[in-house]
Ligand binder design. Sequence first.
Ligand code: CA
Length: 220
Amino acid sequence: MRALLVEDDDMIGRSLQQALEGAGWSVDWVRDGLLGESALADGGYTCVLLDLGLPKQDGTALLRHARERGDRTPVVVLSARDSLGERVQGLDLGADDYVPKPFELPELLARMRAVVRRRDGAAHSLVGTGALQLDLTTREVLVEGRREALTAREFALLHALLERPGAILSRDQLEHRIYGWGEEVTSNAVDVLIHGMRRKIGQDAIRNVRGLGWRVSTAP
Ligand code: CA
């Protein structure tokens, strides 16, 4: 799962980045509204954490532009501006949730999971096909009635594939979802990850489509 964090406060940004990474998120952190807008336009984010008071362009403008472009990435607004009027404005502009600062981390993480689930169209915490499901709360995969624990990267990989069962994702698209900026990615990192995953979920669960990428098998 890949999060875009748009926050100009160094202390809040650093502690949020650490906490999110500890919870299995891969995090890109930008400190102004214009960088935030261009990062979001590049795509690939599971969720955006958006501060409102930002240099260069404020969070409400970023959000309005994103929704006008048709970008439906879930956005959780983080802001000290917790007056009713601003909360309503944020939600009207297309924020999925609003968490006033200061906030408790477990609550923020739960709200992020909730907006991601809603985007995935599920009221519960499972996404995926009948044969292969991912539990967003426990970060386990359910396969043939078994539950298997996943590493953070395995989880990110499978989540990307299960968002659109049957669709082919290229190596670039998968790397984009699994790794953050500045992370060293070896040329065979995705292959190694998938090799390890197949031992947990079965050889045929993730299919390679030669020259194009990978997809999850949609057959039961
Ligand atoms: Ca700020």
